[in-house]
Write a protein that binds this ligand. Structure first.
Ligand code: ATP
Length: 271
């Protein structure tokens, strides 16, 4: 290459190509209702694989409604209805033919308030694998340990695996619920304000955990806490009155939002 050609070559030619972002969840023209009330209007969003996507927005804007459609939790709400496209890879989540039990194995959920079963720590984690996987006792023991380690709670519970889960602190219970969710090998983890019932130290522990878990799982998290969204998400989607106002890399949404409503919200001017 001559000197002249080299200097004219585009800069990108010398940079290693970045791997394109893989999409895990595709939502298009999605609408949701409770009876005649429309909670979500014509929403389209792509959720990248192995990233944390935060849903933010004022109370009642539809964040939890969308989250709960991703694993069809809204099936248990008689008035809930939806229309549009919601795909996880090739799986058509909203199709009548979709096996909801299998869907929920692929898409785990962690709720606002830790909700362990009134059973032992071990049994909480072993429950799902016993239902879905055919494992020997030894494999089950290993899986329980692996899940508790992954959820960063093993060291605190390893000596009392057969003690009641309800005896754990709130933060430990939430990490146990994360262990329970990952024990069945999901691809996606949905988290609906997972730290809102926790003290600041437990919140930081869960945030660190969420950030680490994204290496293996695609995570979608609803949060009211702007610092939390900026600390532990890669992509942020801002909702307002049932509509998606904007989404993009978290840094951009927080520092140079495209829409004035997003700017006002992330700066705490309303909501
Ligand atoms: N089971 C239900 N029946 C009827 N209306 C509902 C139901 N659940 C939610 N809604 C309504 O749907 C709209 C969206 O609610 P949703 O819970 O999705 O909002 P959100 O953004 O998650 O709010 P928050 O941040 O307060 O949890 C609200 O107006 C709410 O009142």
């Amino acid at each position: 290459m001559s000197e002249a050609t080299r200097s004219a070559a585009p800069e990108t030619a010398t940079k290693p190509a970045e791997a394109p972002e893989e999409i895990c969840i595709r939502i298009a023209d999605f609408n949701a209702w409770y009876g005649s009330f429309q909670a979500i209007h014509n929403l389209s969003l792509e959720v990248p694989r192995n990233k944390v996507t935060a849903f933010i927005g004022p109370s009642g804007c539809g964040k939890s409604t969308l989250l709960r459609w991703i694993n069809r939790m809204n099936d248990i709400v008689p008035s809930a209805n939806s229309r549009g496209t919601l795909m996880i890879d090739d799986l058509d989540v909203l199709a009548q033919s979709t096996d909801v039990v299998n869907l929920r194995r692929r898409v785990g959920m962690v709720f606002q308030k830790p909700n362990p079963f009134p059973k032992s720590i071990y049994e909480n984690v072993a429950f799902g694998p016993r239902l879905h996987l055919h494992t020997s006792r030894r494999e089950l023991d290993e899986l329980v340990e692996w899940s508790l380690q992954k959820a960063a709670v093993w060291d605190e519970v390893k000596d009392r695996l057969h003690a009641p889960a309800l005896g754990l602190s709130g933060g430990q219970q939430q990490r146990l619920c994360i262990a329970r969710a990952i024990a069945v090998g999901p691809e996606v983890l949905l988290m609906d304000e997972p730290c809102s019932a926790l003290d600041p130290a437990s919140t930081l522990a869960i945030e660190d955990l969420i950030y680490e878990l994204r290496e293996q799982y695609t995570i979608v998290m609803v949060t009211h806490n702007m610092q939390q969204a900026s600390r532990c998400s890669d992509q942020t989607a801002f909702f307002f009155e049932g509509k998606l106002i904007e989404s993009g890399p978290t840094q951009d949404v927080f520092t140079k939002p495209k829409e004035k409503r997003t700017d006002d919200y992330v700066r705490g001017r309303f909501g």
